[in-house]
Design a protein around this ligand. Sequence first.
Ligand SMILES: *[C@@H]1O[C@H](CO)[C@@H](O)[C@H](O)[C@H]1NC(C)=O
Length: 684
Amino acid sequence: MSYLIRVLAICLAVRLSSVDAWEHGAGPAPNNGAARQFIVFDPTVAGNPAVAQAVPLDRTGWTATADSSQSGNAASSVLDGDTGTIWHTAYDPTVAQLPHNIVIDMKAAKWINGVTIMPRQDGNNGNIGQHTIEVSQDGTNWGSPVATGTYLNDKSLKTTIFGNRLARYVRITARTEAQSDANQWTSAAEINILAGPDPILPPGQWSGTIDFPIVPAAAAVVPRTGKVLAWSAWAATQFGGSPGGYTLTATYDPATGVVSQRRVSNTAHDMFCPGISMDFNGRPVVTGGNDAAKTSIYDPIADTWTSGSNMKISRGYQSSTTLSDGRIFTIGGSWSGGNGGKNGEVYNPSSNTWTLLRSATVANMLTKDRGGVYRADNHAWLFGWKNGFVFQAGPSINMNWYGTSGSGSVKLSGPRASDVDAMNGNAVMYDAVAGKILTMGGGQHYQAAPGIPNTHVITINNPNASATVTKVANMAYARAFGNAVVLPDGKVFVSGGQGWAEPFTDNTAVYYPELWDPATQTWTVMAPNAVPRTYHSIGLLLNDATVLIGGGGLCGNCPTNHFDAEIWSPPYLFNADGSRATRPRITAVTPTTSGNAEVAVGGTLTVRTDSAVSKFSLVRMGSATHTVNTDHRRVPLTGTRTTTNQYSVKLPTDAGVLLPGYWMLFVMNDRGTPSLGFTVKVKL
Ligand SMILES: *[C@@H]1O[C@H](CO)[C@@H](O)[C@H](O)[C@H]1NC(C)=O
């Protein structure tokens, strides 16, 4: 075995140096941004499958067939685990002439990288001499041999290692008998096939660059169309020196690749650094920022902007979240409209009114930022939850429950375990049914502070009850100003950010994104993107289960303005060999209203597909600015097959878990490949 491992290690070394190798844990590196694929084998990583799987495969159910065999010496003898029984080619009454072959059928394609042949142990004739070994996925097409040559004539185990192949069939052809060219016999006692390393899926693939006419510092996924509505400020390149009163926007259509632009002035609102929340009708409700009291509402169906009433408290860098009853809660935001006292207030979209919640006090959620309250009440990690409550998971180390009935309330949940204040980190509700939130990164101060690699899982249940916090493995890269989204399968993707939090520079930009797996609770480094995505960058899950990241900068004549975006295709969109996976397709969803899928909280969806699927989830359409994406969350669902390619899918019954509004419904097949998102409107 140790010999085998040594041989494998050599194979790995050769492989790493001969491919476009991407090394786990390597520091940020420049790259050309071209779409590349990576197959990663890293023997230094503990538990690397390349070493762990250097063993013979389980042969249960396999068959062996030979072009010739003597009665009593069937081909199947090589699979019976008994070295006393052998396959032997026919010699009586007639001797079958060389070459001879034996085909092992593993009954399913497997990654393999070697074969062992145990010769007969009685020292008699028929040992294989010159030989060829081939592999095939279908038993018909064999390609070029994986090994050729001559074995030593003795009874020792013969081991042939070859490059990792995905195959179902292995064919061994004997061209000579090892003892004498005159002999025509072939025999073998046992044949085993060695498990190759399961290639780690390509760590995603990046698109080319999508150029925007502005620095996209804020954005939202537009319901139904799946377009990305982005904006900067009053100017394309800067937010400062604002004349106020209008915003430059740009809309990217993933279906056509077209980026269109529009100056929005009818709401007289410079929407730089706002709070954003999508209401029950999928309307991004944009509050404060440069014009700190304003509310602007985008109607995705009519494609129009309208003004809402002004907030009671002017704000910039506040966060907001939609509540289980359809109102929108906001808190914090001393960046504009004056310092401190930015207690909670709620917006009622039906009555277009804001109401102060005097007892929902902001003091409870302040960080200890050296910049004072101007920074300490920024970018809260808010999650609308049951009974109109809001869970504030950070960035302060203390987490709180905010109640929104009457004049509001606040109750300490407790500290985020051993974490520190994590300003400009991220928090993602990756499983709303189980109340699971993943938090990561940030910095103890808004700027001039080291980024943090800390990662925690928070579990919430009933409002006002203390949350459970579990420290899990850190990210490979410390980062503040990153962006995080949950994928349909529940994995969490974080990209961009900086190792040292400092607005308006790309120094210490992290080019390597990471993907967190809830099953293992660990991060895996993914393929690097092309452009630094630091302060003022965005990240959104798109309708096709890819992730758009963009922006960064918005600082006038600075060198860090990034007028562009890139799209990451996660590993689940690829086969192990790097080719595109076939995606399952949703062909119909009911119930519908006026032809569009609409369902009430607690209702049941009937989902028709073009192929068998096994997993279902809803992901709420997101919005993003300044690391905050409170609209986004994932609800895993259970589907019951009712007939071929038709499933009955029950939805959660609590509007605090399944916040009404626009969601993307995904189905996934056994391989974990998701469909395109099917737009579903959830109603109260
Ligand atoms: C939650 O806690 C706050 C603060 O103690 C309290 O005012 C409020 O009544 C509680 N609400 C519920 C539903 O327990």
